[in-house]
Design a protein around this ligand. Structure first.
Ligand SMILES: NC(=O)c1ccc[n+]([C@@H]2O[C@H](COP(=O)([O-])OP(=O)(O)OC[C@H]3O[C@@H](n4cnc5c(N)ncnc54)[C@H](O)[C@@H]3O)[C@@H](O)[C@H]2O)c1
Ligand SMILES: O=C(O)C1=N[C@H](C(=O)O)CCC1
Length: 240
């Protein structure tokens, strides 16, 4: 496949290496300082675009791809206020759009464990749930997209919770899942769910040791998406 990399920073570079090692070619490596190179590309020669840029850039990159009928796999976080607009654009243009807050297979197993645990926690009172995420200091958004997905998984399953808040930025309440964001180098991504009570604590953790798992997941989805249409997610891609 011929893959366009929209965003060629820490993630784009690893994705490019993995894609080439799997026999793919790279149609372009687009960054903030060479966006004009997009106009030199023949959209028909591109099989799929992979977008890992930054929150302010994602919407424009996604729109560019969808309007040219190029399937797009998006990992950029922190732009979700525009997701409904992108979904509508995808359907209007008969395009293919895939977003995941986290492409690691391990994290997607962790998402399911989180949902199962939060369902079980309806059976008892007295535990206070919270989410903590730890990432490197260059990360632009907080909370992480993964922490938001985890909080949404809790809200969907734990009857006592209906919203989430970022500690130190937004007010907390009894109905809210509090998320704490920490920035410590070189953390590629750690997420902790804690249920605390005076008697005991229950804690589950996912720790990424590198960015390799995120990048491999994005390439696997890029290999899968060209034959698919519509608004797609990890639940469509994974069989668990
Ligand atoms: N979903 C996942 O699994 C996952 C995993 C890791 C990172 N991320 C997210 O991916 C994004 C990128 O992470 P990173 O660590 O590679 O960041 P990074 O800062 O290392 O790289 C971002 C790159 O985007 C480029 N960029 C900025 N504006 C652009 C534009 N208009 N068009 C094209 N490129 C542009 C920058 O020049 C930079 O090289 C972040 O939002 C991060 O949260 C998601
Ligand atoms: O390094 C980042 O930035 C990461 N972003 C994603 C998020 O916000 O959840 C995934 C983990 C790494």
């Amino acid at each position: 496949m011929n893959i366009l990399l929209l965003g060629y920073g820490k993630m784009g570079k690893i994705i490019g290496e993995i894609a080439e090692s799997r026999g793919h070619s790279i149609a372009g490596k687009i960054n903030i300082d060479n966006r004009e190179d997009l106009d030199k590309l023949d959209p028909k020669s591109i099989d799929v675009a992979i977008e890992f840029s930054q929150p302010e850039a994602a919407f424009e990159n996604i729109s560019w791809s969808i309007q040219r009928q190029i399937p797009i796999v998006v990992g950029t976080t922190g732009w979700l206020e525009k997701k409904a607009e992108v979904e509508e654009m995808t359907l209007t243009n008969n395009g293919s759009f895939f977003y995941a807050s986290n492409f690691s297979i391990g994290v997607n197993i962790f998402f399911k464990v989180n949902e199962f645990l939060s369902k079980l926690m309806n059976e008892t009172d007295g535990y206070q749930v919270s989410v903590e995420e730890i990432h490197h200091t260059a990360k632009k958004d907080a909370p992480s997209g993964t922490a938001i997905t985890l909080a949404e998984g809790i809200i969907k399953n734990l009857k006592s919770k209906s919203s989430w808040n970022l500690k130190g930025e937004q007010e907390s309440s009894d109905q809210s899942v509090e998320i704490t964001s920490k920035r410590i180098d070189p953390a590629p991504g750690t997420h902790i769910i804690k249920y605390e009570s005076p008697i005991d604590d229950i804690e589950i953790t996912h720790t990424a040791h590198s960015r390799q798992g995120f990048a491999l997941g994005a390439v696997l989805v890029a290999e899968w998406i060209p034959s698919k249409k519509g608004v797609l997610s990890m639940d469509d891609f994974l069989s668990f």
